[in-house]
Design a protein around this ligand. Structure first.
Ligand SMILES: [Zn+2]
Length: 134
């Protein structure tokens, strides 16, 4: 249900006019606030508040419900569950030199064929696989 706020019709417009008049100063102030490590906690809480809005929660619940019902996704879910059974050897290094934390599937139809890699390389590998499928 949408809550209706009583505001004067001109208020929103005035706020926009104010913003565009003082855009640079407002943005500089905001960037300074974000750059200060002291404000990290405040920003995290603000993000969490936005993320946990009721309509966002409903959206996410529906998203995952639909995802699980999707047959193509089921192959991925099974493959990931099987890959999670395989432990990453302790201290195993990725090709780039970082510690391996992820398991990458080159092909979801071969659930046990995985590559140990770091988070950064995993994103690159996933991008490559997506491009191959196109
Ligand atoms: Zn790596």
């Amino acid at each position: 249900m949408k809550k209706k706020y009583k505001t004067k019709p001109g208020n929103r417009l005035n706020a926009l006019v104010y913003y565009y008049k003082n855009k640079d100063a407002i943005r500089a102030k905001d960037n300074a606030f974000r750059a200060d490590p002291k404000n990290k906690k405040t920003l995290q809480l603000r993000d969490k508040k936005i993320r946990d809005r009721p309509h966002n929660k409903v959206y996410q619940r529906n998203y995952w419900r639909n995802y699980r019902a999707n047959e193509a996704a089921q192959v991925k879910i099974d493959a990931r569950a099987k890959a999670n059974e395989i432990k990453i050897p302790k201290g195993f290094k990725c090709d780039c030199g970082n510690l391996a934390t992820d398991r990458h599937h080159t092909d979801y139809n071969k659930p046990y064929e995985i590559i140990f890699c770091c988070k950064k390389c995993h994103m690159i590998l996933d991008k490559e696989r997506r491009q191959k499928l196109k």
